[in-house]
Design a protein around this ligand. Structure first.
Ligand SMILES: Cc1ncc(COP(=O)(O)O)c(C=O)c1O
Length: 384
């Protein structure tokens, strides 16, 4: 007789999964058959739809959030050695792009309960070299934007919100991306909505928009769509040595079908998290994230938990055919950041403590009740 409830022969459950509607397959096929695969009418429409979703703010589609962060930092005119404040508990792209744009990442510790940047530490991190703040809405929970923007205004700093986890979230009744300085979204397949790979920059700043348009396509003043269409001209000028970060119509066709489903995806994630929280609350060995005091809607991109012996936990869950994510080990402890900026263990104790124990439970909009039951049972068995 065994008390085990989990079935080790059940199929492997990935921790995330994109959710594509049937129409998406037809639309992608239509783009493939149209003869126009790269940036074109679908991207233009996707940008319009994103703009409508964000209350009329301007949207520019790009190849990834990583590209968007780099372009946004370049577009604000970051100069060599300018300091940019961010969090150590993030995907390394947040820091890498600061370095790529010529900046120096300056980190502040997190609030261990919410896992977002501790805004009470922000003011003290500002120096005469500080140019920008890149907050990360960790796991889809908006950071304290009132404090952030008040501090940025006081010190005349730019804000580039890393919204890779947060499309669909709200702060004080307003959509993340619906207000503020510059926001960067990710449409990677694990994210709240996808275009395969892809991203978008949202802003009202006309100068930033123009620079992003140029930088995302070789520094050319117009894109391929203009040059190769009947009304376009073959001539172009290059005004800056730009990148190749444009989004393809194949990707935008997926995004056009995902965007109307986004709010429903967030509702499904929220319902699943509610169940997880209720059913795991009594387990002593697991720590769930806490809600901040300010009004917000969590996008629940990730449900991160802290467990003792995280790597063993992940292995044991894998043995039960359940995939667990690891978001994130602290970025400042990677070799490049230790060697280049002298970061070391002990610099950001809360982030390091969380980074050593954190992992993400399976969570995606089409997750079934029996899949959630399987995970809860397995967690209970593994953490006895
Ligand atoms: C916080 C954060 N920022 C940026 C990125 C980069 O996003 P992308 O994969 O679209 O480049 C990610 C991706 O996981 C992320 O989690």
């Amino acid at each position: 007789m065994t008390n085990k409830k989990t079935d080790e022969n059940a199929p492997f459950l990935t921790f995330a999964k994109p959710c594509l509607s049937e129409e998406t397959y037809r639309d992608v096929e239509a783009v493939l058959r149209s003869g126009w695969l790269t940036t074109g009418p679908k991207v233009a429409q996707f940008e319009k739809d994103l703009s409508a979703y964000f209350g009329g703010r301007q949207a520019r589609a790009i190849s990834s959030a990583t590209a968007g962060l780099q372009l946004a930092l370049l577009a604000i005119g970051l100069r060599e050695g300018d300091e940019v404040i961010t969090t150590p508990l993030t995907f390394v792209a947040t820091l890498n792009t600061i370095v790529q744009a010529g900046g120096k990442p300056v980190l502040i510790d997190i609030d261990p309960n919410t896992r977002n940047m501790d805004m009470s530490l922000l003011e003290a991190a500002i120096t005469p070299r500080t140019r920008a703040i890149v907050p990360v809405h960790f796991a889809g929970l908006p950071v304290d934007l009132d404090t952030l923007y008040a501090t940025a205004k006081k010190h005349n700093l730019r804000v580039i919100e890393d919204c890779a986890h947060a499309i669909g979230a709200e702060y004080n009744g307003q959509k993340i991306g619906g207000f503020g300085d510059i926001q960067v979204m990710s449409f990677h397949p694990n994210k709240n909505m996808t275009t395969g790979e892809g991203g978008a920059v949202i802003t009202d700043d006309k100068d930033v928009l123009q620079k992003i348009e140029r930088l995302r396509f070789h520094g050319i003043d117009r894109e391929a769509f203009n040059r190769f269409s009947k009304s376009g001209s073959q001539h172009y000028d290059v005004v800056t040595p730009g990148f190749k970060y444009n989004m393809m119509d194949i990707q935008a066709a997926i995004g056009l079908r995902q965007l109307p489903m986004l709010d429903g995806f967030i509702d499904s994630r929220t319902q699943l998290v509610k169940q997880y929280r209720e059913r795991l609350a009594s387990l002593e060995k697991i720590f769930l994230p806490a809600d901040p005091a300010y009004a917000h809607k969590h996008a629940w991109h990730l449900l991160t938990v802290l467990v003792p012996e995280r790597d063993t936990f992940i292995e044991k869950m894998k043995e039960k055919n359940i995939g667990i994510g690891m978001h994130y080990v602290c970025a400042h402890l990677f070799t490049f950041y230790r060697e280049t900026y002298g970061f070391k263990q002990g610099d950001f104790p809360h982030a390091e403590n969380v980074g050593a124990r954190i992992c993400s439970l399976p969570l995606f909009p089409t997750m079934t009740q029996s899949e959630l039951d399987r995970v809860v049972d397995a967690v209970q068995e593994v953490l006895v």
